[in-house]
Design a protein around this ligand. Sequence first.
Ligand code: SF4
Ligand code: SF4
Length: 228
Amino acid sequence: MNACQKKSVSCFACCGLANLDLNAATQRSILQSRTQEFEALDMDESRFRSFRLDREKKEEGIPRKNSEIYVCPFLGYLEPSRPGCMIHPARTGNPMSQNYSFYGASICLSYDCPSKEKEEQSGISLYSDFLEAEFPEEYHRLICDSALFTLLETIPDFPDSVCSGDKKEVFRRFIGLRLHHPDAAHLTSFERLMVRVSDKDQVIQELFLPGDQPEARDLLQTMKQKGP
Ligand code: SF4
Ligand code: SF4
């Protein structure tokens, strides 16, 4: 288990699904359709390339939120309600099977967003555990939110100081405010704000809706204070 695949939820921000300008129900039906077509290949790698080209063709007319971000058709359902990579080596038994994708195995296997990278380095999964428990429906929108994560890293002793104990409720409210912003629905794993203490106001303005900004500022201040 890691930040991409947790016990009960998964993140698939790197694979581009959210870049399709579709509502959640239609995104789910795209995943379902890909999964059915992929399963019909019976894990025959000689058919992976044509699957990819065919699905790219079928999906090319769907508007993208960002034309620069690729949408990989190998993202499907690994099990009901769990999206993931259908050609991951854990499924194919071939360590290079993701070479059938646009990015290729080396990128697919090695890319870590900032929150995943931090958890891999520290061996501490408190943040992803918190999101899994408190925001299961929005997990995939939050764990990849690199701009938010960069701001959270300015909190002393994050994640320990806010994912449990007295500040947990404050933290939950703060994350809830972030979800009000429509940009939180665009998965931002490839963005990273450079946050300095001196420009935290600017970051608050970018991450939270105007009506939420005063409260977000107060909550952040509370989380940065030592003690309860
Ligand atoms: S954004 Fe992070 S957690 Fe999500 S799929 Fe990519 S590496 Fe995994
Ligand atoms: S091949 Fe790479 S980009 Fe495509 S679904 Fe798998 S991990 Fe994601």
